[in-house]
Design a protein around this ligand. Structure first.
Ligand code: PGA
Ligand code: ZN
Length: 432
């Protein structure tokens, strides 16, 4: 029976130099492991709340000392010495439920979702180590599956919106290597396109390599369509066939340019129907097979229209709309709002609740994209989670910066160990 001996935590810095939380779990068996949690910038309003210090004189209020104290004091006092069941799923769920009960708020704002998730994952890693299991195998057991494939990569090529200078309103243009049957060849192909795109940007805009929050390039395009066209050109110039070898995804992140029921995508604000038409046109003009947050998180009424307009050609992915939140996923399933879940564990705050979100999406026949955040750390547990939970896509930012590379490199290791193929693509659900 795993018994927690001690929980500790500390403030560390994420890839943007902002504080986040790292927690360490020590079991009575003597096994100990740590995990750190990421943080978003383009956050949905229904996300669980991180606890931040709010001291304007330190990290502009973003300090995480209070969150660390939630672990060192509250969670350690409540959970140290408590025996948990041997069965992995039962142990994880008992721990997570105890933290949810102790926090006692609907959005984890008392102890902090950052504190709670750090402990949830640190316990998973420690228990996996104690049971001599690879972390992806432990995660797979949590959702009662046997891992047998690797996720398809969706790699950030260009950034706009909140992750760059806002030069275009949309947030990401992503490369989706389609013909690559391995992570290894998908990364090699991505590298070619990334380098070609950097050269093209230098030629056309006279702009040297400047990277956005997730390591993507941020060319000074005038419109979103220009940025998407530039991605197609980069694929071609790198020697690949767009839509065959490498397709595109977009994270429109539309909540962030939605004002007064209008989408401020260009000079002329668009109403929801015009926005859906615009996305439909992009799908006709460019090889786009995944559209995330094509409409705003509050525009529930028009999401079913978006799905019927483009859902047979592309994944209609909900990020800010769903916030990995079971109640919001239920509503989206009932109304036919999407056909894919963007799963970010820190949006909901525990592995157990995220597993519930995964199960709901799968039960509805949806695809699942496991995503990291724009503020990441060098921790690589998200790669294990994507494999263990059988994600169709893995959204991990670009192929530069070590907080991204830690996860890609972990996937390369898992691939070497297991030789599983990458998920076949495309996979869209036509079920209502
Ligand atoms: P975030 O953005 O991590 O800054 O919230 C990622 C996304 O919108 O997918
Ligand atoms: Zn998003």
């Amino acid at each position: 029976m795993p018994k927690i001996q001690r929980l500790t935590a500390r403030e560390i810095l994420d890839s943007r130099g902002r504080p986040t939380v790292s927690a360490t779990c020590t079991l009575e068996s003597g096994v100990s492991a740590s995990a750190s949690v990421p943080s978003g910038a383009s956050t949905g309003r229904a996300e669980a709340r991180e606890l931040r210090d709010g001291d304007p004189d330190r990290y502009r209020g973003l300090g995480c000392r209070k969150a660390a104290q939630s672990v060192n004091l509250d969670l350690n006092a409540a959970l140290a010495g408590v025996g948990l069941p041997d069965a992995i799923e039962a142990a994880q769920s008992q721990l997570d439920q105890a933290m949810i009960a102790l926090d006692s708020t609907p959005d984890k704002s008392r102890l902090g979702a950052n504190a709670i998730l750090a402990v949830s994952v640190a316990f998973a890693r420690t228990n996996a180590l104690d049971q001599r299991m690879p972390l992806y195998g432990y995660f797979a057991q949590l959702v009662r599956r046997e891992p047998d494939y690797l996720p398809r990569l969706t790699v950030n090529l260009f950034s706009g919106g909140k992750h760059a200078g806002g030069q275009v309103p949309i947030q990401d243009v992503l490369l989706i290597p389609q013909s690559a049957a391995s992570i290894d060849s998908a990364l090699a192909a991505t590298y070619e396109v990334y380098q070609t795109a950097a050269e093209l940007i230098l030629r056309r805009y006279g702009m040297r390599l400047l990277r956005a929050d997730e390591g993507g390039l941020a060319p000074p395009c005038k419109t979103a369509a220009e940025m998407i066209a530039l991605a197609v050109e980069s694929i071609e110039e790198a020697g690949f066939v767009p839509g065959k070898d490498i397709a595109l995804g977009v994270d429109v992140a539309a909540s962030h340019f939605y004002r007064d029921e209008r989408y401020e995508l260009g000079k002329q604000p668009l109403d929801s129907r015009a926005m859906i038409d615009r996305l439909g046109n992009w799908l006709q003009d460019y090889p786009i097979i995944s559209v995330e947050d094509g409409l705003a998180e509050d525009d529930w009424q028009h999401w079913p229209g978006l799905r019927s307009a483009i859902g047979d050609k592309a994944l209609v992915v909900g990020d800010d709309l769903l916030c990995t939140n079971p109640d919001r996923i239920r509503r989206a399933v009932e109304t036919g709002a999407c056909n894919a879940l963007l799963l970010k564990v820190n949006q909901v705050g525990t592995l157990t609740e995220a597993a519930r979100a995964l199960e709901m999406a799968r039960a509805a026949g949806w695809a699942v994209s496991l995503s990291v955040r724009s503020g990441e750390t060098e921790d690589d547990w998200a790669a294990d989670l994507a494999v263990g939970w059988g994600a169709d896509q893995f959204k991990n930012g670009s192929i530069t910066q070590s907080e991204r590379l830690a996860k890609y490199n972990r996937l390369l290791f898992i691939e070497e160990q297991n030789r599983w193929a990458v998920r076949a693509w495309p996979r869209t659900s036509k079920r209502a």
